[in-house]
Design a protein around this ligand. Structure first.
Ligand code: PLP
Length: 393
């Protein structure tokens, strides 16, 4: 990928290149003609591909195959999870608590009325505040709580097992968006004591537009958002995207097999990149690596310097052949300041300065050299506060 285009792609948290294993599985699956709901041989073959992927995914997180619901991606998995029809031990929470740093698809609140949704704050480190959660749960009706396993912008890993204890003590249910953590850190749905888990294929080398919601053993529900033919045990109707699901399964297998060695290597590259930033940043300017002092994903660094304008930096890096991301979410062409950094308590200057570098299994030493060299070249001009200089870009 990199060699063909002479590009350095450092935006793996946005999406990843398709793994060869996933491409091969999909190519083979296109020629399987059956509908997975049909009982004839053709149907059974299509179903076999799908059930194979389901078993691989279930094993990867320590769940049972029958508790895997395939969806159109992480967004739909999150939307499906946030249902006020969920049950465990006959309790169906009718209020929702979401952390301030969740993905937009969780912040949207699913099926809950906006006045039944509360926000859990995070500390400056980017980690949820457990002391704030306790009073939100105590002496009140059970809640569905949604806290992500790792944040997509900072990479900060959240204390999900501790959150689970507090939530369960109060009779509630815990949903975890594991879209960014999946394939990067090892975890298990039982060990974390999570009730519902969202994952997405395109963050781990699978196809875009495929994901899954995975339920713990004793969770009942959720009510299907899409009703019809009763596929996915009545929890997500519509003939399944067999080829994409087969690709997802192959990507999961490859990601799990390579994870330990890939991530050890990637973390070293990420740390070298951060050293490069520190050495180059202007002497008078205080650069920040967000969430640096807490447990983070090994592949992510979110970096800011007050005088920097992230959008300008992203364009300049792009012209140097390097794809990075501004910490801000960009929707319909308008750049919004990062709700994550705002929730962490940073002021507008640093918030608008944040640039994210996220690495993956194809990232090389040469990519990191190139990024550090580019930053050295660009930082002088990018860090000059004179607006007219910045306007020239
Ligand atoms: N949750 C997190 C933390 C994400 O980073 C993303 C990716 O953008 C999503 C959910 C959405 O997943 P998808 O792109 O598959 O809808």
């Amino acid at each position: 990928y990199n060699m063909m285009q002479n590009r350095t792609y450092l935006d793996w948290n946005a999406t990843t290149p398709l793994r060869r294993e996933a491409r091969d599985a999909m190519t083979a699956a296109w020629d399987v003609v059956g509908n997975p709901s049909s009982i004839h041989g053709e149907g059974r073959r299509a179903r076999g591909l799908m059930e194979n992927a389901r078993a691989t995914l279930a094993a990867a997180v320590g769940a049972q195959s029958r508790n895997v619901i395939f969806t159109s991606g992480g967004t739909e998995a999150n939307a499906l999870a946030l249902s006020n029809s969920l049950q465990r031990d006959k309790q169906a929470p009718d209020r929702l608590i979401v952390s301030d740093i969740e993905h937009a698809s969780v912040l949207a609140g699913g099926q809950f009325d906006p006045d039944r949704i509360a926000r859990l704050r995070v500390q400056r480190s980017g980690v949820v505040d457990l002391d704030a959660l306790r009073p939100m749960l105590a002496g009140r009706p059970p809640a569905l709580v949604s806290v992500m396993l790792a944040n997509n912008e900072t990479g900060a890993i959240q204390p999900v097992a501790e959150v689970a204890d507090l939530v369960h003590e109060a009779g509630g249910l815990l949903h975890v968006d594991a879209v960014q953590a999946f394939g990067k850190i090892d975890f298990n749905i039982k060990a974390l004591n999570v009730d519902l888990l969202s994952v997405s294929a395109h963050k781990i080398g699978g196809p875009k537009g495929t994901g899954a919601l995975i339920l713990a053993e004793n969770v009942i529900g959720p009510r299907a958002l899409i009703q019809g033919g009763g596929q996915e045990r009545g929890r997500r109707a519509g003939t399944e995207n067999v080829a994409a699901i087969a690709g997802f399964g192959a990507a999961v297998a490859a990601a799990v097999a390579g994870r330990a060695s890939d991530m050890a290597r990637i973390e070293i590259l990420r740390d070298r990149l951060e050293q490069g930033f520190r050495q180059t940043q202007g002497k008078s300017q205080a650069g920040v690596i967000f969430s640096h002092d807490v447990a983070r994903l090994p592949n992510t660094t979110l970096f800011g310097v007050p005088a920097l304008k992230a959008e300008t930096a992203v364009v300049r890096f792009d012209l140097e052949g390097i794809a990075v991301s501004s910490g801000s979410a960009c929707s319909s062409g308008k750049v919004q300041p990062s709700h994550v950094l705002q929730a962490m308590g940073y002021g507008p200057e640093l918030v608008r300065s944040a640039i994210r570098f996220s690495l993956g299994w194809e990232t090389t030493d040469a990519d990191i050299d190139r990024a550090i060299k580019a930053w050295r070249k660009l930082s002088g001009a990018l860090l000059r506060t004179d607006e007219t200089v910045l306007e020239q870009f």
